[in-house]
Design a protein around this ligand. Structure first.
Ligand code: DGY
Length: 317
């Protein structure tokens, strides 16, 4: 019997490819590792049964219509906002994601951004590399303290909880807001969204992106924040109104921001590049070798389970 056809849209580590090669006839992107264009994707999906894709592949009705044999999509990410789940459901296509394996790594990175933002790390390094340092002074690149302050987490899921756990070591009070109070959030106190923005010294965004969370942080929310507060976004571009954030950072409405995700990435609002009070990283919160490897392997294992008639490990639909 011929093997089912699988398309992998981005480069994956060799052991992951090997684990799939016995079961699937694989079309891959190992040499180029750039996203396929939409027309490439449409053409490549014509006779494909399985798809392993990434957050940058937009899988919508037009793409699905071009893939009549597609049975299962493994998204190499926990977020699935790049996939039209309703359209997949209507076509009987199952979708999986990669929860859990990236929780701790992503929480670590939220903290890296938080610390870098509070203590002006990238600004300080640029200052030094550009030869501006003339010696020690009392007020040099003075930041704000992290210990003993209030952390606000918007979106208390697995990653939010892991961020809250780390805050204990810094003696912080932690408040959070979700659509409804989380049953297991013992390290944090539930507050209304407005109270979170008003009271937190650091607001970390961890909500999934959806029409409901589009621009959940805009000019209104930013104006509630303390002028000394920092905003950290490791969720998704589109959760924050980036134009409003550039404005808030330029006018001192808030002190600083640490951003790993952007509206329209990989492009970003040019206003951010002009500002020294923002730490910018290119969507790498889950990017350690171990964790990206685990994400790829979990996506692969879901495909293998489906092809071998076993239960999916981490189904979304
Ligand atoms: C995720 O898992 O959703 C991440 O954003 C991918 O890097």
């Amino acid at each position: 019997m011929p093997k089912p056809k699988l398309l992998i849209t981005r480069r994956v580590y060799d052991p992951v490819l090997q684990s799939l090669s016995g079961v699937f006839d694989i079309g891959h992107n190992q040499d180029r590792d750039e996203p396929f264009t939409r027309s490439e994707l449409i053409q490549k999906l014509a006779d494909v049964d399985y798809l392993l894709c990434s957050v940058v592949d937009r899988i919508d009705e037009e793409i699905l219509a071009a893939a009549p044999k597609l049975k299962c999509i493994a998204n190499g990410a926990v977020g699935t906002n790049n996939i039209d789940l309703k359209a997949c459901s209507a076509r009987g296509i199952v979708v999986t994601n990669t929860p859990d394996v990236l929780t701790e790594t992503t929480a670590d990175f939220a903290w890296a951004l938080l610390m870098a933002t509070a203590r002006r790390l990238t600004e300080a390094e640029h200052y030094l590399r550009q030869g501006h340092w003339r010696g020690w002074s009392f007020d040099q690149l003075a930041g704000v303290d992290v210990h003993g302050t209030t952390l606000g987490i918007l979106g208390m899921g697995r990653i939010g909880s892991a961020i809250a756990r780390r805050a204990q070591g810094f003696g912080m009070s932690v408040v959070y807001h979700n659509r409804r109070p989380a049953s297991d959030a013992s390290l944090a106190r539930y507050v209304e969204k407005e109270a979170l923005f008003k009271s937190a010294d650091f607001v970390v965004l961890v909500v999934p992106y959806s029409p409901e969370t589009h621009h959940i942080v805009g000019a209104g929310e930013l104006s509630l924040m303390k002028p000394s507060a920092c905003l950290i976004n490791i969720a998704r571009g589109g959760v924050v109104d980036d134009k409003a954030l550039v404005q808030a950072l330029s006018t001192g409405t808030i002190r600083a921001a640490g951003l790993d995700v952007f509206e329209g990435e990989p492009a970003l609002d040019p206003g951010f590049l002009e500002l020294s009070n923002v730490v910018l990283t290119p969507h790498i919160a889950s990017s350690t070798r171990a964790t990206r490897g685990a994400m790829m392997q979990l996506a692969a294992d879901n495909l293998l389970a489906h092809a071998q008639g076993q239960a999916l490990l981490t189904p979304v639909i």
